[in-house]
Design a protein around this ligand. Sequence first.
Ligand code: PHE
Length: 509
Amino acid sequence: MAEARERWASRPAFIMAAVGSAIGLGNVWRFPGTAFNNGGGAFFIPFFVALLTAGIPLMIVEYGLGSRFQGGAPKAYRKLGRGFEWIGWWAVLIGLGISIYYCVILAWSWQYCWECVRSMFTGELAWEPGRAGTYYEQTILNASADSGTLGAFNVGAAVGLFLTWAVVWWCIAKGVLRVGKIVMITVPLPLVLLVILALRGLTLDGAMDGLAYYLTPNWEALTEAKTWVAAYGQVFFSLSVGWGILIAYSSYRPKDSDVVNNAFITSFANCGFSFLAGFAVFSTLGYLAMSLSPPETIDALKTSSFGLAFTSYPTAIEVFPGGVRVQALLGFGFFLMLLTLGIDSAFSIVEATATSVHDKFRVHRGKLVFGLCAGGFLLGLVFCFGSGIYWLDVNDRFLAEYSLPLVALVQTVVLGWLIGSKKLKAIQDDINRRSELKAGFFWLWSIRLVTPAVLSYSLYVVFKDLIAEGYGGFSTPTLLLAGAIPAGLLIVVGIALSMVKGAGDDDED
Ligand code: PHE
């Protein structure tokens, strides 16, 4: 007889944890930039279509499977068919892979927080005026010349990485009861900080230009396939669907808990946060563009992904009015926001892995979580070398942009077609039996047709580009070693794990 499964303290605790997983670095650096590059205000249309046809329907499935089968992704897929267990492992392992470099980004945030605190005492910012970009590249990353040159080891990043994993370990070691308490801080705190930063941003000169830039719709973008691909990609990354996280989280809910409402609440909370983050980011960029001499265009300032957080924001705070201490305080607020945003996303995937392993092998939970965190830390050290930033870039590309949509596609094909319409109908009936809002025709065909079709097309586009142009000018060995091989290994490990026999394999709950 298996031990009784843990439970969330309450429904709000569960919802907050799911929201905490969804709201992460992706909302701050990924969303505003993606919206901007894909039609500005017009991007909201493909984004909402993606949300309604892919994000929410899949989230409903994940919530439904987790609580129905009382297990993480591998167990849930195993119950749908013996041959599908590996898909659950693959999904979880992709997330675990992502968390390894995601925690490195958090490590840099620790470094910036520390520097801001120091500036409050010394009265001097860590970077020289106008040189935040150089500071980021040379001091924080200590970037080597190219991906083939290992470069120096960054002790500061390693310390930050250690702190990140120590916090992740502490948050989840004791199970979901503690998680439920922690998210009551890590979800509202970044929201409060974001509101402060947005208000500060909006009251600066030039803010309106920045917002006009962010929100002016470019309707033509809607006719381009890449806009739609970007919208679906953003929805998957941001909502944390397809990673098996939500299956694990909802497996700690009773079998009769609501599904559909919870999915809507989580999704809309996440989108609201992204939208607001756009205000904070673009109002600040508008101000920055105006106050540089000579004034810059916002276009020139909007660097890619992490650059926004680690270059543009530090540059903006150094021109904020109010003196160094106020600037350092705002900088501290910003990086603390990144940390608290990211930490609950990071631990959600480690939790999903721990849940999956525990369900199957029944190993001691404390030891398991410790092992996962120690392993994540050690692997993350690879990214602390000067060449780490390049490997991180390639790794992110292969895991978040290729593997995640691929595993989501496989999941929808399995659910929509391979398990058979009887089982699918049983899942749908089960969900509807316990939900106020119903998953009907629209849900069914989103899972069966719309999502797989759009994902197949997106993958076709991205792989075609990869084959034709490579990625980011990186050499083939780098693409293989930092991208394709790790991504491929995750599938192999997933299949291997599904083939071994575990003590929990035959549990009936
Ligand atoms: N949803 C997260 C974000 O927007 C992404 C993420 C989820 C990262 C889970 C790690 C683990 O940042």
